[in-house]
Design a protein around this ligand. Structure first.
Ligand code: HPA
Ligand code: ZN
Length: 322
């Protein structure tokens, strides 16, 4: 299965920093990470603590060079697992908290993306995210920034953060701004909150993709609607298990959704936090549901068809699956 070409649609770049890299950054800046890293592992016990660990790691990337290193390290790592394409969630709010302007943040990331492309051929795009628990005003500002098209590699807009904060409708304007600018639209829903959050996302945001969406399985009519509307789910099983949504892969709804006609894809979310990687996600799916190489490649095809890229790039990437 390691030979199967893979694509990742859902990975938060700050959440992709390995504990080893974060410890090196901590040494560089004389910071203490013992509150959220122990040995070679992140330490947290629930989603709120996870967000604290995430923010703590993000605070140690403070220059364009730091972000170039992070993006290059992550992308070269997944290219070694045969990933040919990745979209990374980028958060100008996290960059700003670390003292970076949006321009220097995007430029640093782009340098890392270009270096990884040069060394491995991997293609990457950036999805600007607003952070839900920072409130609608901040999320609208992030959307406005993305809509100003500050970098050619920014092709989408999304919303991450605490899904139990506020109602989706409060954020609809942000998504209108991004959609009007021609950006691809995705939103985290149906991970920590139930099917209502997915229905709200469909009604108020009209996304082509949903981050997670797995808890839609609790509502049969909703699963049918997602299948009929062709909305693609960015499913991150390793993340779902680590956060306790499901006790094991046998109970995870990925395969049930696939059989119900939902377009499901595989991603790693915040890989080192969840003991995962895009390669590991494919491996776990193959083990749990007996997928062969052709079935796994079909998942990659679904991802590439839903990717926020221009037509020539999509055609080139799809050509690599033959
Ligand atoms: N879910 C929601 N928000 C996030 C995550 C996540 O897994 N990672 C970083 N922000
Ligand atoms: Zn996520």
């Amino acid at each position: 299965m390691t030979g199967v070409r893979k694509a990742e649609l859902h990975c938060h770049i700050e959440g992709a920093a390995s504990p080893a890299l974060v410890m090196a950054q901590a040494q560089k800046y004389g910071a203490d990470v013992s509150g959220f890293i122990s040995g070679d592992r992140y330490v947290w016990s629930d989603f709120t603590e996870f967000l604290t660990a995430y923010d703590g790691a993000a605070a140690l990337f403070r220059t364009p060079q730091d972000y170039a290193l992070l993006a290059q390290t992550y992308l070269e790592g997944i290219a070694a697992e045969n990933a040919i394409y990745a979209e990374i969630f980028v958060s100008p709010d996290h960059a700003s908290a670390a003292g970076l302007t949006p321009e220097s943040y995007f430029d640093g990331l782009a340098q890392g993306i270009e270096a990884a492309k040069a060394s491995t051929g991997i293609e990457c795009r950036m999805i600007v995210v607003g952070i839900r628990h920072f409130g609608a005003e901040k999320v609208e500002a992030a959307a406005g920034l993305a809509a100003s098209r500050p970098h050619p590699l920014i092709t989408g807009f999304g919303m991450a953060g605490e899904e139990r904060f506020g109602r989706v409708a409060e954020f609809a304007r942000a998504f209108d701004i991004a959609r009007d600018a021609g950006l691809g639209i995705t939103i985290h829903a149906g991970e920590l909150a139930g099917p209502d959050s997915v229905r709200d996302a469909l009604d108020h945001v009209r996304p082509s993709r949903i981050g997670h969406g797995v808890r839609a399985i609790e509502d049969e009519a909703l699963v049918k609607r997602i299948a009929e509307e062709g909305v693609v789910l960015e499913v991150c099983p390793g993340s779902n298990l680590a956060l306790g949504l499901y006790p094991d892969m046998a109970r995870h709804p990925f395969d049930r959704m696939r059989r119900a006609g939902v377009k499901v894809t595989l991603s790693s979310d915040d890989p080192p936090h969840f003991g995962s990687s895009i390669g590991r996600e494919y491996e776990m799916a193959a083990e749990a549901w007996g997928y062969d190489a052709a079935q796994l490649t079909a998942i990659t095809r679904t991802s590439l068809e839903a990717a926020f890229v221009d037509a020539p790039t999509r055609a080139f990437l799809l050509g690599q699956l033959d």
